[in-house]
Design a protein around this ligand. Structure first.
Ligand SMILES: [Zn+2]
Length: 248
């Protein structure tokens, strides 16, 4: 079977933000011939660079404020963020945002992993013995950080490749910049994991839970892994879907 590859629109093409139709040459007062939304709605006036990128000149304190503000916006209103953010912009600045989030999440994952290993210390498993030491927490943090970095690297390339294959305009810099902001979504996952593990360890120590609850604890962790994967894929998709027809 032969396949006619759909053509990826050029960077200079004006796309309808709502259906992806090419609007080149239409007057500003016209409507999209495909979905009927006014052409003016696709000109990108609604998109602005994230506060995080414009705060770079204001010193450390305003950078911290912008980081917190941007993170809350992305976590609580992902659709609004990806609908109003410029898709072409400072990738290096976005990378710094992403790396800080990977590091924050990794510290929480690393600490949770270290406590989790402590719960199973008596089992004699080599993983439990290795990672229940302080150096284990550091090691797990590093593994988590490199893991997040590598996973994102692979996801960026796969996304750009598949988008090009399907004829969507999602070049590498756009996808990677989007993924650096998507990194904020690791924070709720890392907090949930940390609270579960730390809470369970505390309740074990207080003897509220006995060792007979280990299986239930592992079930809860497994359920969290599944929920986290679904949440991260859902928010990733919100990002890509709201960036693939963007003109700015
Ligand atoms: Zn349209």
């Amino acid at each position: 079977m032969t396949r006619v590859a759909p053509l990826v629109p050029a960077e200079s093409d004006l796309l309808c933000e709502f259906c992806g139709y090419t609007l080149n040459g239409l007057p500003d007062g016209a409507n999209c011939p495909e979905c009927g939304v006014p052409v003016t709605a696709s000109l990108g006036q609604k998109r602005a660079p994230p506060v995080w990128e414009s705060a770079s000149s204001g010193g450390k304190l305003s950078s911290l404020g912008a980081f917190v503000k941007e993170s809350l916006f992305i976590i609580f209103r992902p659709t609004a963020f990806f609908k109003t953010v410029t898709t072409r912009g400072d990738v290096a600045r976005a990378a710094r945002f992403g790396h800080v989030h990977w590091l924050l999440a990794s510290i929480l994952f690393g600490t949770a992993g270290w406590m989790h290993a402590g719960v199973f210390y008596m089992s004699g498993l080599w993983t439990a013995r290795t990672f229940s030491h302080a150096i284990g927490a550091l090691l797990l943090t590093m593994i988590a950080y490199l893991g997040l970095w590598w996973t994102t690297w692979a996801a960026v390339r796969l996304t750009a490749w598949e988008a090009a294959y399907r004829g969507f305009r999602l070049p590498l810099p756009v996808v990677s910049r989007g993924m650096y902001y998507h990194a904020a979504h690791y924070l709720p996952v890392a907090i949930a994991t940390f609270v579960t593990v730390a809470g369970y360890c505390l309740l074990l120590r207080l003897r509220v839970f006995g060792p007979d609850t280990l299986t239930e604890y592992l079930y809860v962790l497994c359920a969290e892994v599944v929920a986290a994967a679904a949440y991260l894929f859902h928010t990733y998709w919100i990002g890509m879907r709201n960036m693939m027809y963007a003109n700015r």
